[in-house]
Design a protein around this ligand. Sequence first.
Ligand SMILES: [Zn+2]
Length: 144
Amino acid sequence: MTTLAGHCHCGAIRVEFETGKPVAELPLRSCQCGFCRRHGARTTSDPTCRLHIEAAPGSINRYRFGRRAVEALICDECGVYVASLLQTETAAFATLNVAGVELPGFADRTAEPAIYDEETDEERLARRKARWTPTILVEALPSA
Ligand SMILES: [Zn+2]
């Protein structure tokens, strides 16, 4: 396993992406929805990888839009869009904005434009569960 590390601009939200594949084999997408275009998001996900997100107390702004099924995790301090998180009863899955956290290995690649407008809610949920990365989000508690 290789661990790729990154963080938002201010460092309040830190990520570790564990992959058993070469970085070059991980997908790189540019979702064409209005939110991702505004952020210039370039995302990756892989169901065989693992994503750990560690956030300082109060540093995550959770933005929901559209069908409100997922949370866009935005740093409350620096405004960087870090990841989108799908929480199910049993597990969490995410797509990571590698541009936002400057994850190494993606900078010189061209992202594949992705358009999901035609999906039904069921198709969207199934795609996210199948393609997104199993994720653990840890929010540190404020110290006393
Ligand atoms: Zn930040």
